[in-house]
Design a protein around this ligand. Structure first.
Ligand SMILES: [Zn+2]
Ligand SMILES: [Zn+2]
Length: 164
């Protein structure tokens, strides 16, 4: 599988031992093409226990192969770092869809520099914009259209006022 080769190379390039488990976790994130939470990965990778997956994610994050962003629901979602920004731990804004939970990297929206108190140790920063993604918005629109047409057939039929 092409994904396995990629994840193998990525792990090796980041100085991590490309174990089968790390490859599976990274491959899952690569082929998902979207953000995945720890819970998503547990479901996607049957046979791997949650603690093992958690440890792999932590390692991948420390090696700057993936970055994690916390949604408004408190769930941390992970995305593979873009190839051209490898090593950058997610210095960009994100969009989170409240309907489907998909998180999108807004790579062209860099985070502002924020001054912190002298001596403070920064562990990360995030800027999250949330709402409804285009796919969900489109689905909602068609549902709304259906709902608008539906009452005529499903509602209790009222005898039309006769004009004659
Ligand atoms: Zn959505
Ligand atoms: Zn991102």
């Amino acid at each position: 599988m092409a994904d396995d080769t990629t994840s193998y190379d990525l792990l090796e390039g980041a100085g991590l031992r490309p174990t089968a488990i790390r490859q599976r976790v990274l491959s899952a994130l690569l082929s998902a093409g979207r953000s995945l939470s720890h819970r998503d990965l547990v479901e996607l990778l049957p046979g791997l226990d949650r603690v093992t997956i958690f440890r792999s994610l932590k390692l991948l994050k420390e090696a700057a192969l993936v970055h994690g962003v916390q949604g408004v629901d408190g769930t941390l979602r992970f995305v593979v770092n873009p190839a051209e920004r490898r090593g950058c731990p997610g210095g960009h804004a994100h969009f989170l869809c409240l309907e489907c939970g998909a998180m999108t990297c807004l790579l062209d929206q860099e985070l502002p520099r924020v001054g912190v108190p002298a001596g403070a140790e920064v562990r990360g920063k995030q800027l999250l914009v949330y709402g409804i993604c285009p796919e969900c918005a489109a689905g909602k629109r068609s549902k709304a259209e259906r709902a608008r047409r539906a009452p005529a057939s499903t509602g209790r039929s009222r005898r039309p006022r006769s004009l004659g």
